[in-house]
Design a protein around this ligand. Structure first.
Ligand SMILES: CC(C)(COP(=O)(O)OP(=O)(O)OC[C@H]1O[C@@H](n2cnc3c(N)ncnc32)[C@H](O)[C@@H]1OP(=O)(O)O)[C@@H](O)C(=O)NCCC(=O)NCCS
Length: 171
């Protein structure tokens, strides 16, 4: 089994993260390097990378919001990050193709959910395409229907995970 390390993003990871995003998403949906640079500068707390032998092979990132659902402007501008907000959004979950179907995205997602819970957030929210609804349901997310998002010209579903209270100390 692959030994995967999940850790918080660092500023110097920006090039690799942007490179992985360009591989994982079509051009119209992929966040550009500039967006990652801003996100890492403004809200690095909910940005985790997966490493194997020191090389980044995947990541998950999002911001904090009071909105119960994701809206498109969140992707574009870091001003939508509300540090005291109740909910954490997931902007993207990416794993390089050659490392897929080994549970690496699941490890990233579980770590992200745990982080959101331990930092007192109430919900994790994301949008996904229809083919991934069942995947996110496997983590406990519930589909709340079609999203108003038209990000990249695609059809998206709103997914919400309600978090139980967890005030245990951070690991
Ligand atoms: C979606 C994505 C992040 C999943 O990454 P991953 O690391 O392959 O995810 P996992 O390994 O946790 O799970 C993927 C599948 O592999 C299965 N799997 C997990 N471990 C496995 C193993 N050891 N052996 C075989 N299958 C396994 C999971 O059950 C899941 O099956 P499903 O597709 O039937 O639900 C990846 O495909 C990706 O980057 N896609 C492009 C970007 C994207 O669409 N991101 C999501 C945006 S909402």
């Amino acid at each position: 089994m692959l030994e995967v390390t999940i850790r918080k993003v660092r500023p110097e990871d920006v090039d690799k993260v942007a490179e992985i995003e360009a591989i994982c998403f079509p051009r119209a949906e992929a966040a550009p390097r500039e967006s990652f640079e801003k996100r890492i500068a403004v809200f690095p707390d909910y940005f985790l990378v997966a490493e194997i032998k020191g090389a980044i092979i995947g990541f998950i990132n999002g911001c904090v919001t009071n909105s119960p659902v994701i809206y498109d402007e969140m992707f574009q501008d870091t001003c939508h990050h509300i540090p005291t907000g109740s909910n954490v959004s997931v902007f993207g979950l990416d794993v390089l193709p050659s490392y897929r179907k080994q549970g690496i995205a699941a490890q990233l997602m579980q770590s992200f959910i745990q982080l959101a819970r331990r930092t007192g957030r109430k919900k994790v929210i994301l949008t996904c395409k229809e083919n991934l609804v069942h995947y996110y349901e496997s983590f406990g997310y519930a589909s709340t229907g079609l999203s108003a998002s038209t990000h990249g010209g695609s059809r998206w579903y709103d997914m919400t995970l309600a978090l139980p209270d967890d005030t245990s100390p951070l690991a």
